[in-house]
Write a protein that binds this ligand. Sequence first.
Ligand code: SF4
Length: 392
Amino acid sequence: MPTDQAPEGATSPDAKPRLSFAVPVARGKAPRHLADLDLAARKNALADVGLPAFRADQLSRHYFTHFTREAADMTDLPAAQREQLAGELLPELITEVRALRADGGRTIKHLWELHDGVRVESVLMRYRERTTLCVSSQAGCGMACPFCATGQMGLTRNLSTAEIIEQVRHAALASQRGDLTGGPARLSNVVFMGMGEPMVNYKNVVAALRRMTDPAPEGFGLSARSITVSTVGLVPLIRRLAGEGIPVTLAVSLHAPDDGLRDELIPVNSKWKVDELLDAAHDYFEATGRRVSIEYALIKDMNDHAWRAQLLADELNRRGRGWAHVNPIPLNPTPGSIWTCSEPDVQDRFVDTLRQAGVTTTVRDTRGSDIDGACGQLAAEVLGQERSRTQQ
Ligand code: SF4
């Protein structure tokens, strides 16, 4: 098993990022925003500052249906109150630092700066039949997966509900405006596969799921089945999510079917083992009726053996048929890392083994690989450039 480079800021070459659930405190809270609140709380917030509560409905429609926070666009509101209403509940929470286009303009990756200078990324991708946004739920990540750029940064903080929703609003607006090649589109899918482990930020992520799926004027009215929450395997929270009544697709970042290897690849496996994780994933399927995605980054000579594909198939099949779908992902390597993608014939054999065992398997399209598509790479790269500029 090769060792990777030490994490950024490490004081010794053999240092490893550490698994951490603790969210660093003492960062200023993001300003209050309409998307943090349900409709009743929005009405109360307006009434508290002497504004008519019923305006919360109109303000919510501007935000969730027309994707705007600009007072000037809200011509159905009295001119004297527009600025005040927008100022109270629609502060600017995320500002664009950089936007990179790839895949002939069908992919746009954004680096955003939050109110306290923290930076996160989102990626908007247009496919033939859908337009998908990959959102960040945390700045950095405390899960310390050694092959992941974000994992090397450690956790800076959780994003607020509105900071997550603002990524979605910007993407919906960009799609509607026709920023992606191919003309105007409707944002149809959201995946929590950007920076962070969504389950560690459970409360804000679930509130964000409600804002995404609630119909107007409460929320965007997206279908729960077109939203995917990805986790490395926080078992109690997978079980809790199953009971929320929001049947989103669960994606489990498995990457190894055996504890020996998964302990190394996914440090959280030291708390919840493969067996427990697959049991929870299967129970999620039973509770929601949503087929679970099993994500499996293929890493050369590490987890790409045919016997591991067979073991994975056996583990899935012994819990039932048709409840899970495996997505092998050609690894998108961290710059300078020795973790690299599998040879094509090895990848083919891995996929064939799963299919022959009756497991539905689709190799995932690695969009944005020409713009540092792995989560955290753009943030790490811009930070590096800024550091080298300040050192010159
Ligand atoms: S792979 Fe996901 S959970 Fe692991 S460190 Fe990266 S962002 Fe965190």
